[in-house]
Design a protein around this ligand. Structure first.
Ligand SMILES: *Cc1c(COP(=O)(O)O)cnc(C)c1O
Length: 366
């Protein structure tokens, strides 16, 4: 029976990519070495790195005046690295604006407070994080160092369906987007962002790699106490090799980018993601047995939290799912219930298998 892994991250990767990595494990392209054993400065690895960078730039249509940095520390480290690199452009103490849409926004806010004054310009807290506050309600500062959004709240299951325009209200502040759990899942206009960042382990590849896409004029303003390895200028000037980068994670990410191109790129994968999400949400909506409380336009295409109306059946539900090889469906501990993460690499067959099980379980227990 095929295993379908609905984990939120680390998460499912394309089978083809894992097969290729397995085939190349001991001998990459006749080099006689595993990628893991290669010098990051050797011509073999440099070719892997350059191709990954080129493919990502093409997939997301990243403009030429943006650097793509391959960093470490995850999105959580970026919560500190971003203010350390951006607030120095303003008189201290600088103000940063946040839109609070859920668990990951809250973490970003808490960390930023160590480095700057934080203005929460809008929050969905009163709505229990079931919606994205409309742009007209945001109370932005007049001259913030940047405005931070979390494009997809992995735990709460809500996603921006728009890119906010903030320039006019903020003296042209850069928009910073945490795309850890939806990068490469939908078309974006990268030029509307100053910084895009994402941990790799949701929609890209193995943990250990963090992508930072940053407009060049925002580089070179790190606070004096910013660790050198996290100073975007030092990282950019060294082509992400200021320190040893996570070479194997970059290699796998590169294979995922090639796989995405073979699928037809981001536009094609977005259509597939729309179809997968529709299949699952339509079933949840048609049923009295299951609930998803997120306001429709903001339902995440990547992370679908849902509840059984009768929560005493939760353990039985999860045990039955496991028997059918539908894995990792238990919801985040802060939310409870269930969560199905259906990233790029989850085939529609996996979502169909989940919907079949939801029906079967409802028929038996409903
Ligand atoms: C997973 C996740 C993070 C944390 O990423 P780490 O790699 O664990 O630091 C931050 N933001 C979002 C939206 C996430 O999904």
């Amino acid at each position: 029976m095929t295993v379908y892994n609905f984990a939120a991250g680390p998460a499912v990767l394309p089978k083809e990519v894992l097969q290729q990595a397995a085939a190349e494990m001991l001998d990459w392209h006749g080099s006689g070495m595993s990628v893991m054993e290669m010098s990051h400065r050797g011509k073999e690895f440099i070719s892997i790195y350059e191709e990954a960078e080129r493919d990502l730039r093409e997939l997301l249509a990243v403009p030429a005046n943006y650097k793509i940095l391959f960093m470490q520390g995850g999105a959580i480290a970026e919560n500190a690295i971003i203010p350390m690199n951006l607030v120095g452009r303003k008189p201290q103490p600088a103000t940063v604006d946040f839109i609070n849409t859920g668990s990951w926004s809250i973490k970003s806010i808490k960390e930023a407070k160590k480095y700057c004054h934080v203005n929460v310009a809008a929050t969905a807290e009163l709505n229990k994080f079931t919606t994205i506050p409309p742009r007209v309600e945001w109370k932005l500062s007049r001259d913030p160092a940047y405005v931070h959004i979390c494009n997809n709240e992995t735990i709460d299951g809500i996603e921006f369906d728009f890119t906010p325009d903030i320039a006019a209200d903020t003296n042209d502040a850069p928009l910073v987007g945490d795309m850890s759990s939806n990068i490469l899942s939908r078309a974006i206009d990268a030029s509307k962002y100053g910084v895009i960042y994402a941990g790799a382990q949701k929609n890209i590849g193995p943990a250990g790699l963090t992508l930072v896409i940053v407009r060049e004029d925002l580089i070179g303003h790190a606070l004096p106490f910013c660790p050198s390895a996290f100073d975007w200028k030092l990282v950019a000037d060294a082509d992400s090799m200021y320190n040893t980068p996570p070479t194997y994670s970059i290699y796998i990410a590169g294979l995922v980018f090639q796989w995405l191109k073979r699928q037809g790129g981001v536009a094609a994968i977005e259509q597939a993601n729309i179809a997968k999400a529709k299949l699952l949400y339509d079933y949840l909506d048609s049923s009295e047995f299951y609930i998803n409380r997120i306001v429709k336009p903001f339902r995440s295409r990547m992370n679908v939290p849902f509840f059984l109306r009768d929560e005493s059946l939760n353990e039985t539900f999860l045990a039955g799912a496991k028997e059918r090889k539908l894995l990792q469906l238990k919801g985040h501990k802060s939310v409870g219930g269930m969560r199905a993460s259906i990233y790029n690499a989850m085939p529609i067959e996996g979502v169909q298998a989940l919907v079949d099980y939801l029906k079967e379980f409802e028929n038996k227990h409903g």
